[in-house]
Design a protein around this ligand. Structure first.
Ligand code: HEM
Length: 227
């Protein structure tokens, strides 16, 4: 039951939401497409959160993708003990970097009343999910060794079975709960993508130098004019 929910229902539901809600949001409210910036409210702590987070997590996600896009190359590469140890160590370092960044991003909002006022339920849920996702990933990397290798023989064929609409649960069914939570977390994050500021992930890499216009209105000025 739990396996069906995590490995069949969740991934397809997440994909459907991304495919349907994302274009809807693009056409109906283009101004909310970008990340809702809080940089002008606080930028010092932001720097120490956002840089470690992005440098860590983007490289880790690319590594997750590499196994799916080029499993043959990855199998050959990770077949060398030195490369395996080197890449796993770098991955772990990046994991801790991302965890550090995400915790700073959370503390930044928790400790600033001004930021709290512009932090909505979706932002909190997303931040907690991202921290949990990073922490479970690090746990897997540390205590279920050598994940980058067994990933290629379990997760990758499972993903291909999803893509061909013939999900093969047997690849996933016997994993420990912590791994299942990591997978469920990933699908939940994808499902939330079109509803939260995470949607900037789809926009930023394409034209990251060209932000869409964000309209800011100062409430005090507006009140003065009304008065
Ligand atoms: C939102 C998507 C995801 C994020 C943000 C994420 C994040 C992470 C992080 C931070 C690590 C630790 C990296 C390290 O310390 O080496 C990790 C490791 C891992 N993740 Fe994910 N992950 C995601 C999706 C998935 C999915 C869908 C699966 C499989 C169903 C998966 C399987 C693994 C495995 C097997 C490892 C251990 C790799 C190793 O030992 O080197 N991840 N993940």
């Amino acid at each position: 039951m739990l396996n069906n929910l995590i490995f069949i229902v969740l991934p397809y539901a997440a994909l459907a939401l991304v495919l349907i809600v994302t274009p809807y949001r693009w056409y109906t409210n283009r101004l909310t497409w970008s990340a809702y910036s809080t940089q002008f409210l606080e930028r010092k702590t932001l720097y120490w959160g956002i840089n470690p987070w992005h440098y860590g997590i983007i490289l880790i996600l690319l590594a997750h993708l590499a196994g799916i896009i080029a499993p043959g190359v990855m199998k050959r590469l990770l077949g060398h003990m030195d490369a395996l140890i080197f890449l796993e160590s770098v991955g772990l370092g990046l994991g801790f970097l991302a965890l550090f960044g995400s915790i700073i991003l959370l503390l930044r909002r928790v400790n600033s009343p001004m930021l709290k006022r512009v932090t909505f339920a979706g932002d909190w849920v997303l931040l907690f999910l991202l921290i949990a996702q990073t922490a479970t990933g690090i746990y897997i990397s540390l205590f279920m060794r050598w994940g980058s290798q067994w990933y290629l023989h379990t997760v990758v064929p499972y993903f291909y079975s999803l893509l061909t609409f013939k999900p093969q649960l047997e690849y996933m069914a016997d994993f420990p709960l912590i791994f299942k939570l990591h997978a469920a977390g990933a699908f939940l994050i994808v499902a939330l993508l079109p509803f939260t500021k995470l949607v900037h992930m789809l926009y930023q890499p394409i034209t990251f130098l060209k932000d869409p216009p964000i309209l800011y209105r100062w409430l005090s000025r507006a009140r003065e004019r009304v008065g």
